[in-house]
Design a protein around this ligand. Structure first.
Ligand code: AMP
Length: 571
């Protein structure tokens, strides 16, 4: 697929969604009807009605044995008519469990097409977008082989290393070699250095997901003196030992530039880092990073560091498939919807009722109903058939004939210490209320996760928060106000479900909600912990709820203070 797509392509796709979905399913069935997996249900037929009648709705765990067989060396056509060329290692999501998805070039072509179309949409909404430079941080990882020798890597690593990516990187502040550097620390340093050198041309700053962007600002806090000294001397630090990275960055760094070095020192040396992104990159018009769903927890920190530049969630995509685009990229995070692209895969939707329970109703893309909640089922070109993706979306409107969805949450209960099903959405709402209390007391939230502690009787919710004073008091010692944090505990409980409040209040089967404030840098260490376990830096999302005992230990070792709600929530 060529990069030369324009808005007329979008009009065509969204106006003919039904026909396009029909054609996509025909193509997939023709290619896959004889796979071992599908022939069990279809006996070689590529009839669409038979497909819907006979092929079961499955979850990843149901197809995992087939996927593992291919990864272990059996032929691709167990699951896919198109040869499998790569496995995408997904970040897992809520709980941090990783999965591998078979894939092939059609996935990467779709990714390229989706990103290219989203750039066209950005150019329409952001003046000067095309003319300026992007400081979009990209990272890649070592690609390890499966037992059969096929590469296995996070989707964004495989994509960035593929022939498809290079055209996309043209306007980036950093050369391609830097994104290919396997050491994330060297890569991050060099991407910042290049970004600083190009500071006057940068119109957009971003990462795919925001945990990394927050970490990059923390990294800048630790390295700005060294970065400015490199700019002053025109010499890249000696610890940048990756040669192709070093050589390409040295060219960009060029001659010594004392004026720029002075400016960086003046801005970074101020007591407050409020608006640091806008101060260092003054022409930046937006922050491109996904802040819908669990990622909304990073909005306060990004608002603070960027002085409330628009936060742009451009696309909705996963290791399984590219779903869709945000056609109003400058809309506020809470109003973001994604318009599905009907050419990406065959999409069906299983309806989820108000309590989060499945109904048996399954509908096609064009038949979803405004306001209803659904979980998408994906049938793609690389072996997934009617596979649940685990996300819950709500229909917010239609663009031509194609539905638009708000990302609601992952479809599972993340916290439960008694019988209450507390979802990601519940937790994020509670957190948003606590954030307001923190902000009015001049703190910003820079990290968050939680877990259900059932070692106490009754069990209770524990929220780990990393906070930072808006203005540095010169000592780097965080002065916590007991009243403010207890109020945060109470206000979070008030916003949880009525069942939670009843169990916590009248029935006493849930204990007082607890906040544990952790040291600065704890969430950077948590990210490093997950990266050391094979998570991808580009796709990393702070788990909303921690299950790993080692990760919990890491957090526990950094607890500075504990606070408990001191009253029962109202019923
Ligand atoms: P991965 O397979 O590691 O790329 O993770 C994919 C998952 O990330 C999706 O299933 C979603 O849960 C989440 N995700 C991806 N894009 C978005 C988005 N725009 N908004 C909210 N969550 C997203």
């Amino acid at each position: 697929m060529s990069l030369g797509c324009d808005l007329s392509v979008l009009e065509e796709l969204t106006s003919n969604a039904k026909q396009i979905q029909d054609d996509v399913l025909t193509k997939i069935l023709k290619a896959n009807a004889n796979t071992e997996y599908l022939s069990r249900f279809l006996e070689g037929s590529s009839d669409k009605e038979l497909f819907k009648k006979n092929v079961p709705v499955v979850s990843y765990e149901d197809v995992k044995p087939y996927i593992d067989r291919v990864a272990n060396g059996e032929p691709s056509d167990i699951i896919s008519g198109e040869p499998i060329t790569t496995f995408n290692r997904s970040s897992g999501t809520s709980s941090g469990n990783q999965k591998i998805y078979p894939t092939n070039n059609i996935y990467f072509e779709n990714l390229l097409f989706g990103y290219a179309l989203s750039s066209v949409v950005m150019s329409k909404h952001v003046d000067g977008y095309k003319q300026g430079k992007m400081m979009i941080f990209r990272f890649t990882h070592k690609i390890s082989p499966t037992p059969c020798g096929l590469p296995i890597a996070p989707a964004l690593t495989s994509f960035t290393k593929s022939k498809y990516y290079s055209t996309m990187a043209k306007n980036n502040t950093s050369p391609y070699e830097v994104a290919l550097c396997p050491d994330p620390k060297q890569s991050m340093y060099c991407q910042l250095l290049c970004g600083l050198v190009h500071r006057d041309e940068v119109v957009s700053v971003g990462t795919t997901f925001p945990s990394v962007l927050v970490q990059i600002v923390h990294f800048l806090e630790n390295y700005w003196k060294e970065l400015s000294s490199n700019i002053r001397s025109g010499h890249v630090s000696d610890w940048i030992t990756d040669l192709s990275c070093r050589d390409s960055v040295s060219i960009i760094l060029g001659e010594p530039n004392a004026e720029l070095a002075d400016l960086i020192e003046k801005e970074c040396g101020q007591e407050s880092w409020q608006g640091i992104i806008k101060r260092l990159w003054p022409k930046t018009k937006c922050i491109e990073t996904i802040v819908t769903g669990t990622m909304s927890q990073h909005i306060p920190a990004l608002d603070y560091y960027s002085n409330k530049l628009p936060l742009v969630s451009k696309v909705y995509a996963s290791s399984e498939v590219f779903y869709g685009l945000n056609l109003n990229p400058l809309s506020k995070p809470q109003h973001v919807s994604y318009t599905f692209l009907p050419n990406m895969s065959y999409f069906e939707f299983i309806r989820v009722d108000a309590d989060g329970e499945d109904t048996s109703e399954i509908v096609d893309l064009v038949d979803v109903t405004l306001g209803y909640y659904y979980e998408p089922l994906v049938t793609n070109y690389s072996g997934l058939h009617r596979c649940r993706v685990g996300d819950v979306l709500q229909v917010t409107g239609f663009y031509n004939n194609t539905p638009q969805f708000r990302f609601v949450r992952r479809n599972n209960t993340v916290l439960c210490v008694d019988v209450e099903p507390t979802t990601e959405e519940d937790i994020l709402k509670a957190l948003a209320r606590a954030t307001v209390v923190l902000e009015s007391s001049d703190f910003i939230l820079t990290g968050f996760t939680c877990y259900g502690d059932i070692s106490t009787v009754p069990g209770h919710y524990v929220f780990y928060l990393e906070v930072k004073a808006k203005v540095n008091n010169g000592t780097n010692v965080l002065q916590l106000d007991n009243k403010v944090l207890v109020e945060c505990c109470c206000i979070m409980e008030e916003s949880l479900s009525s069942l939670y409040r009843r169990l916590r209040g009248d029935e006493g089967s849930i204990g007082a909600l607890e906040i544990r404030v952790v040291q600065q840098g704890t969430f950077d260490s948590l990210m490093e912990f997950f990266l050391s376990r094979g998570s991808s830096i580009s796709q990393y999302k702070t788990p909303i709820c921690i299950k790993s005992t080692e990760a919990l230990k890491l957090l526990e070792d950094k607890v500075l203070a504990r606070f408990f709600s001191d009253r029962s929530p109202t019923l």
